[in-house]
Ligand binder design. Structure first.
Ligand code: ADP
Length: 265
């Protein structure tokens, strides 16, 4: 269903919805606020890359098209802008499902070591392009089976690794480790020696659209939704996510998962 942007129609829609479903209007007021806020953020997030892409197209139409080199350069940049839009829309779709619809987990038993290795292989090129070395510190070479939603945990590891690459210093390193804890838990840690996060921002990092550098100048490529997606997924598993960070020293994000004795348990 398309998003309603007209506030009058939206309010009418919500009131009718309340009547049909016999839901307390107060709850709906909160939801309405939430939707307004969300829509405001969405249009803001989409505007910047859209104007950037339009800028390149207009320059091309203005004559830059005649020079092969310039044409290629501008088309490549326009394409980067479109790629960014695609990522934002994909994350928006996911966060809407997570926040509005609740999250259904598709749990299975799988080897967390193998999953980390998969994400590594997918991101190695991106890391190299950003001059970051990825390392995987495996305490045990053997499989460690966990019970979780494999695809969603892949997304979590991927979001954390992408961030450590984006906010890493050139020639920096990112290390992932999987540690077998006492009782039935493992902890996955993603540690970088990048730009770190100033103290006053740490408690708000997991809010949707929250960024340390709100201007977006250092955060290009993201939607500001990555960490809120991570938090939703981990909490849906009844697990915890932790962050420790120091400005100009680095950051460590970690989360726990439930271990199972073997693949078939
Ligand atoms: P974004 O799309 O902006 O990366 P996220 O929700 O993934 O959105 O992260 C929110 C903000 O947290 C980022 O904009 C960045 O300021 C900060 N951040 C996240 N991960 C790191 C990290 N590894 N090092 C430094 N800052 C980080």
């Amino acid at each position: 269903k398309p998003i309603t942007t007209d506030m009058k129609t939206l309010t009418q829609e919500i009131e009718k919805f309340a009547e049909d479903k016999k839901i307390e209007i107060d709850t709906l007021k909160i939801r309405e606020e939430y939707r307004k806020d969300f829509l405001g953020n969405v249009s803001h997030e989409l505007k910047t890359p859209l104007f950037t892409v339009q800028g390149y197209i207009l320059t091309l139409l203005d004559g830059a098209m005649n020079d092969k080199k310039i044409r290629e350069k501008y088309l490549t940049r326009a394409n980067k802008g479109v790629e960014r839009l695609i990522y934002i829309v994909r994350d928006l779709d996911l966060i809407t499902k997570l926040e509005v619809g609740g999250l259904k987990l598709d749990r299975s038993n799988f080897d967390i070591i193998e999953l980390v290795q998969n994400v590594f292989d997918l991101l190695e090129m991106k890391a190299t392009e950003n001059d970051i070395t990825l390392t995987f510190d495996m305490e045990y070479p053997n499989p460690i089976y966990v019970n979780a939603d494999r695809e969603k945990i892949q997304q979590v590891i991927s979001n954390l690794l992408v961030n450590s690459i984006k906010y890493g210093h050139p020639k920096g390193t990112t290390e992932v480790s999987v540690e077998d804890l006492i009782k039935n838990k493992v902890i996955v840690r993603v540690t970088d020696n990048g730009e770190g996060i100033p103290k006053q921002h740490i408690s708000r990092l997991f809010e949707r659209f929250y960024r340390v550098d709100q201007s977006g100048s250092r955060t290009q490529g993201g939607s500001g939704l990555g960490l809120s997606i991570v938090k939703h997924i981990i909490e849906a598993h009844d697990e915890k996510i932790y962050v420790e960070s120091e400005e100009d020293v680095g950051s460590e994000f970690s989360f726990t998962l439930e271990k199972t004795a073997n693949k078939l348990e």
